[in-house]
Write a protein of this length. Sequence first.
Length: 253
Amino acid sequence: MDSFDRLKEIVKHLRGENGCPWDKAQTLQSMRDDFIEEVYEAVEALDRLDIDNIREELGDVLLHVVLHAQIAEESGLFNIDDVIRTINGKLIRRHPHVFGGEVISDKDMVIKRWEQIKREEKANAPSLLDKANKALPPLEKAHKLQACAAKAGFDFPTDAAMLEKVEEELLELKNALLQRDVGSLKEETGDLLFAIVNLARRLNFTASEALRGANDKFVRRFNYIQAHIPDIASTPLAELDALWEKAKKDEQI
């Protein structure tokens, strides 16, 4: 028995009569948040290029795929072989330059052809934005929505024009702050975030990537402060700011 068949058997046993109470209690909906968390842990390992951790986290993601397929099979919906057949067929259809007679050598043309085939497969889709999955986290969904719109030609003409939009949204948020209108504050904050996500997309990275970097930087600098002043709560803010600036300066040396 190969490794993949062994994994399927283990998962089936976990769901069986003498299996694990937790695994047996799961449904297609119950593991949603855990699945998302595992994917993010895999992404974090990829960001660090931690090979051992990448291998482990990809295994955790694969476990979720197999477990979801096992649950679906028990309900007579589909099984893991159906999942594999579906992706096999999709890969062959969307690579006619590899598995068919088409000739495409440029990677940009490959992407355009892929999108064309997707549109043909989903000719009845009501909106160009439908490919932005509703289950995506908000930052990722905003990026996907804007990318879909840009492919259709709805985009800012220049980076400078996009930056002007960010500045416009920031001004509207400042005005909402003056009014102290909670509804407007939430709306304008959302508009500013949406514009920043779009700017990041135009600059060829995602807002999530940028925010992860900012999170890591904040943790480093905050931990630097805490290492020097354990009792942060009773320390004047000016003293904390001075240490923050020192941590900043030390990082740049």
